[in-house]
Write a protein that binds this ligand. Structure first.
Ligand SMILES: NC(=O)c1ccc[n+]([C@@H]2O[C@H](COP(=O)([O-])OP(=O)(O)OC[C@H]3O[C@@H](n4cnc5c(N)ncnc54)[C@H](O)[C@@H]3O)[C@@H](O)[C@H]2O)c1
Ligand SMILES: O=C(O)C(=O)C[C@@H](O)[C@H](O)[C@H](O)COP(=O)(O)O
Ligand SMILES: [Zn+2]
Length: 396
């Protein structure tokens, strides 16, 4: 099979990864700026930021009130600390606690969140604060975008995935039965506070799921970052300097992509590596976290994107094998058959892929690769090629 797909965003020349070998300490706070003109904002990364959330909020939104949106698991661990921080900075607030998990990214919970914000009489200059993982960030951010056509928004990400990806860049939204994130808006936060100490309570499975999105940045265009991850994966999972370094590098990588193409007219689609397959898998299991969480879908999706690229004659089998091996070492799934439960149907996956937001004039778009760190946006991928590939990948 030879690729007929058109590449409109060639993998730019692999970039050197900044400061990977700098003598970083966990207690050193880092600041990454997302440069978007008047809507630029800081991502602060460090330990103890949760307890400073009130003063950081008040410094950016003087006199503003807040509605905190969180989930039950995060509330039991961290809501009281945030409440103390807001109260001591003189910020008036109310809080909404929702069930934990992907199915909360729904119309029903959006309605509940919008109602809580309106009940609190938030004005446009007031702030919605998302305290949680990507589910809470995406949902609360979307509610913040649509109430009164836009209120201010602050992200306090509490999962690895949210700290390295979902809290940055302004994509917000919910899922529907027809597909992932099909309803949403671009709405940038005014501040991201990534308190890395909060990751200590994350389950090993959720940490690994977030790690898939960390690996993604290496695979897109930072091969030396991928090598760093291969070398330091154990240390990153245990915490400490390498973990902080990996989170900061991931945020820098995402901030650069978002600054160059905020609304995904072109190169931002590279951040979707692994997601065309991954989102289809999530929809096929009805967003059931017992079977698959987002980062796991992305891990399988990235392994599939590399194997599909091999099949199209674009990428070496050696690189695809190296990617799958690294993901496996991190405890992540890499094959569709790794998903527990009933076998998935090829046509259901194709139907979901056809609803992907990157589809244009009915033509399928995938993020493919010529090797580690050489991803590119491939428009007009042949549907029959995808079908044959999935037939090979699906368990018989
Ligand atoms: N907007 C974006 O750019 C973007 C990027 C990547 C992913 N996403 C979205 O993010 C979502 C996945 O986010 P996620 O992986 O953070 O999932 P999540 O928000 O469901 O969090 C995972 C689980 O961890 C729990 N949790 C959160 N913080 C914790 C902590 N500190 N200690 C213990 N438990 C904690 C949560 O209660 C939940 O059960 C998906 O919906 C995905 O589509 C969005
Ligand atoms: O920020 C982006 O752009 C991304 O693609 C990041 C992804 O990790 C994330 O899962 C995002 O929500 C997917 O975007 P979507 O437009 O495919 O829903
Ligand atoms: Zn993702």
């Amino acid at each position: 099979m030879k690729s007929q797909a058109k590449a409109d965003t060639p993998g730019s020349a692999p970039r050197p990864t900044p400061a990977l070998h700098a003598a970083a300490r966990v207690d050193k706070e880092r600041r990454v700026e997302v440069c978007l003109g008047a809507r630029s904002y800081d991502i602060l990364i460090g330990e103890g930021l949760l307890d400073r959330a009130g003063e950081e909020f008040a410094a950016r939104l003087a006199g503003a009130r807040a509605v905190v949106v969180t989930d039950e698991t995060v509330a039991s661990l961290y809501l009281t600390r945030l409440e103390i921080a807001l109260t001591s900075a003189g910020v008036e607030f109310s809080a909404l606690t929702l069930p934990a998990g992907e199915t909360t990214k729904s119309f029903a919970h959006l309605e509940q969140t919008v109602d809580a914000i309106l009940a609190a009489r938030l004005e446009r200059g007031d702030g919605v604060i998302a305290l949680g993982g990507g589910v809470i960030g995406d949902l609360a951010g979307f509610a913040s975008a649509i109430v009164k056509r836009g209120t201010r928004f602050v992200q306090i990400p509490t999962t690895l995935l949210a700290q390295v990806d979902s809290s940055v860049g302004g994509k917000t939204g919910i899922n529907t039965a027809r597909g992932k994130n099909l309803v949403g808006a671009f709405h940038q936060p005014v501040l991201v506070l990534a308190d890395i100490a909060l990751l200590d309570t994350l389950s090993p499975r959720e940490f690994a799921a977030g790690y898939a999105e960390v690996v993604k940045y290496g695979l897109i265009d930072r091969p030396d970052f991928f090598e760093f991850l291969e070398k330091h994966r154990g240390a990153i999972f245990s915490g400490g300097q390498e973990r902080a370094e990996a989170i900061a590098t991931a945020c820098e990588a995402k901030a650069a992509v978002v600054a160059a193409d905020e609304r995904e007219h072109g190169s931002r689609a590279l951040l979707n590596l692994g997601h065309t397959f991954g989102h289809a898998l999530e929809r096929a299991v009805s967003y059931d976290p017992a079977r698959l969480v987002h980062g796991e879908g992305v891990a399988i999706g990235m392994a599939l994107a590399h194997r599909f690229s091999v099949k199209l004659g674009l990428c070496s089998g050696q690189d695809a094998g190296r990617v799958a091996a690294h993901l496996k070492t991190a405890g992540l799934p890499t094959k569709i058959s790794d998903i527990p439960g009933p076998t998935l149907e090829r046509d259901a996956l194709i139907e979901a892929i056809a609803q992907d937001k990157k589809v244009s004039r009915g033509r399928l778009t995938f993020i493919l690769t010529r090797g580690i760190g050489e991803a590119f946006v491939a428009r007009d991928v042949d549907r029959a090629d995808v079908e044959h590939f999935l037939d090979e990948e699906l368990p018989q």
